[in-house]
Design a protein around this ligand. Structure first.
Ligand code: TXA
Ligand code: MG
Length: 336
């Protein structure tokens, strides 16, 4: 296999997500190697979060700036409480949504074993209990928290299939554990549980409305005062989720040559002139749309069209996370 992106001359093993594949992945992880594995949101690039050198392999493979902290994945709430301190409301969220697509940022516990490098030196830790059965089996088998950012090169779209992982990281990681396409399709919702106010740092697979139902009051979120991830200028918006093509949002009419991302029954003017078309969900189902978002963007990007025009998508429920990812993809390029 040709591996132009190789950094260590690695051959990346493509493992089936059966008992043997999971056992092999666990052995590689225990030995301090970086292995991509499925979660219900996107594929993560995992390493033993307690081994500094293993975590360094993640940053090297992704070419990720090392000041960006990683999420630590654990098998259950008890394992999470070994690493972080859960206040009353953090506990309520964990009990309501774990296992599932929610990451809680909490203060470090005294028993925390997660290396400084995974936390980017912060006195807090982002913890998540994934719901994917393969992720759960892997975590149980390794017996240590796994640091895992999305398994893409920095600045590219998150992978929802093993093939996406290999397109970015073949020859740069030890293995990918292949369980087919992920079900949620956008990354976890991140809630900061530091200080006396909960905050949504990133919209994601658990819709805001469901968090509010459990907490019983509105949660400040993205773009609101004090948000750690709040971009201070469009140019500082994290250049995540970027296809090669430019992305044009809220398109109500298509210009000749554009590729078009549709949602529901809405048909923009000029559709007949589109270079390529994908509908995220013909029936207008936001969960289906989230699950297909990143592979749809990849498919439209592969059409070679210079611009991907996106029709309006309602900003409610999972639509908040979908619009957030699209805005980041659009912000990565100068307008035009
Ligand atoms: O669904 C997901 O969350 C996927 C899967 C693999 O679990 N992971 C993921 O990780 O999206 P990543 O590294 O691409 O995004 C993690 C985000 C980063 O924006 C990081 O800044 C934030 O989590 N984060 C992690 N720890 C944090 C902390 N202690 N304080 C604030 N933000 C934190
Ligand atoms: Mg990512």
């Amino acid at each position: 296999m040709k591996d132009q992106g190789s950094i260590e001359g690695l051959r990346t093993e493509h493992l089936a997500a059966d008992d043997a594949g999971i056992a092999r992945a666990a052995d590689l992880l225990k030995a301090g190697r970086a292995v991509a594995f499925p979660t219900e949101t996107v594929y993560g690039l995992g390493a033993d979060a307690t081994q500094g050198r293993a975590v360094a392999a993640i940053y090297a493979a992704k070419e990720r700036p090392s000041f960006n902290p990683l999420i630590a994945h654990v098998a259950d709430l008890a394992a999470a409480q070994h690493q972080g301190v859960f206040g009353r409301e953090a506990l309520r969220l964990a009990e309501a949504f774990w296992p599932g697509p929610l990451t809680l940022v909490v203060p470090l516990a005294e028993t925390c074993e997660i290396t400084d490098l995974a936390r980017a030196g912060l006195p807090s830790i982002g913890l998540r209990v994934p719901a994917h059965p393969v992720a759960h089996a892997l975590l149980t088998s390794v017996g240590q928290p796994l640091a895992a950012p999305s398994a893409n090169r920095s600045g590219r779209m998150s992978p929802t299939q093993a093939e996406h992982v290999l397109a970015d990281l073949n020859g740069r990681i030890a293995a990918v554990l292949d369980a087919g396409p992920t079900s949620v399709g956008v990354e976890s919702t991140i809630v900061s549980c530091l200080g006396d106010e909960l905050r949504i740092l990133r919209p994601g697979g658990i819709p805001r409305e469901q968090l509010v139902d459990v907490i019983g009051r509105p949660l400040p979120g993205v773009g609101e005062a004090g948000n750690l991830e709040r971009p201070s200028a469009p140019g500082m918006l994290e250049s995540h989720y970027a296809p090669r093509a430019r992305v044009r949002l809220h398109a109500e009419a298509i210009r000749a040559g554009e590729a078009i991302l549709l949602f529901g029954p809405f048909r923009p003017a000029g559709l007949a002139h589109a270079a390529a078309t994908v509908n995220l969900s013909p029936s207008g189902d936001l969960a289906e749309a989230a699950a297909r978002l990143f592979s749809a963007l990849r498919e439209l990007d592969e059409s070679g069209a210079p611009i991907i025009a996106v029709v309006p998508i309602p900003p409610v429920g999972l639509g908040e996370a979908i619009n957030d990812r699209l805005a980041r993809a659009a912000a990565d390029r100068p307008p035009g």
